[in-house]
Design a protein around this ligand. Structure first.
Ligand SMILES: [Zn+2]
Ligand SMILES: [Zn+2]
Length: 257
């Protein structure tokens, strides 16, 4: 059975830990090697036990720990070619352990099968992942400018899903961010608002998802209670009260059911 935890979530850093038996992987490493190692130790693991890291995209909140981790622990790092070119160009990460690949990519780590799919975002490329193990599927999709058919088709049928619920539109528009940043976040290639994410939750619930964890919440333009209510209300209103909703808080390790 897949075990998954969000170790860090949000614009200050993202990292998801996934395990089945001896097979342990990370999705993103957007915190320092020390911070990730400390978080892993709290759930009985260590970077020494991680077999591979899969990177959604090149933004620093998903990649800032990669350089040190790859040097110190020599873990294979799977990243799309455009994102790898961008981090290498920026000088923020190069490694002989990097495996650059196309947007649609399949890879197996022991008992875990991974498949990537494309997500629109203002990065060189951005992907989500479906992780399959013993007939059970976990879907991960964050940094979503908007919901596409590809995202819906990919996540459809996942028993468990980790999806972005970034901001409350009203808080964002009324808040202190400069206009250019508000436009960036609200754009089709920015981040996903609670109400749009709740619509995705509803679609997933209709297609068999039993547990949804809300991730990449904005610290300034959202609150765990607001995001939770947006999803809970939408699901309850349509008869999906049995679907679990969890919130991945930025500095808290959250077990994904
Ligand atoms: Zn991003
Ligand atoms: Zn991000």
């Amino acid at each position: 059975m897949i075990e998954a935890y969000t170790l860090f979530s949000g614009s200050s850093g993202n990292c998801i830990y996934i395990k089945n038996g001896e097979d342990e992987i990370l999705i993103d490493a957007g915190k320092s090697a020390g911070a990730i190692e400390k978080a892993l130790s709290l759930i009985g693991s260590s970077l020494r036990r991680i077999s591979a890291i899969f990177v959604t995209h090149e933004h620093s909140d998903h990649t800032s720990g990669l350089e040190i981790i790859s040097k110190k622990y020599q873990i294979p790092i799977h990243i799309t070619a455009p994102s790898y070119t961008r981090v290498a160009y920026n000088g923020s990460f190069t490694s002989r352990f990097a495996i650059s690949h196309e947007v649609h990519y399949e890879h197996r780590v022991g008992s875990l099968s991974l498949r990537s799919f494309e997500i629109p975002h203002d990065s060189a490329q951005n992907v989500g992942y479906i992780i399959e193990c013993e007939g059970e599927r976990l879907g991960i999709a964050t940094d979503m400018g908007h919901i596409t058919e590809e995202i819906k088709c990919s996540l459809c049928g996942c028993k468990t899903a980790i999806i972005e619920s970034n901001h409350d539109k009203f808080l964002l528009v009324a808040g202190p961010y400069p206009e250019f940043l508000k436009h960036r976040i609200l754009a089709d290639t920015g981040h996903l608002a609670n109400e749009d994410s709740a619509e995705l939750s509803l679609f997933l619930a209709k297609n068999g998802t039993e547990s949804i964890t809300l991730a990449h919440l904005s610290k300034e333009n959202n609150a765990p209670e607001i995001a939770f209510s947006a999803h809970r209300d939408a699901l309850d209103r349509h008869g999906y009260a049995s679907v679990d909703v969890n919130v991945a808080r930025p500095a808290e390790i959250v077990r994904v059911k």
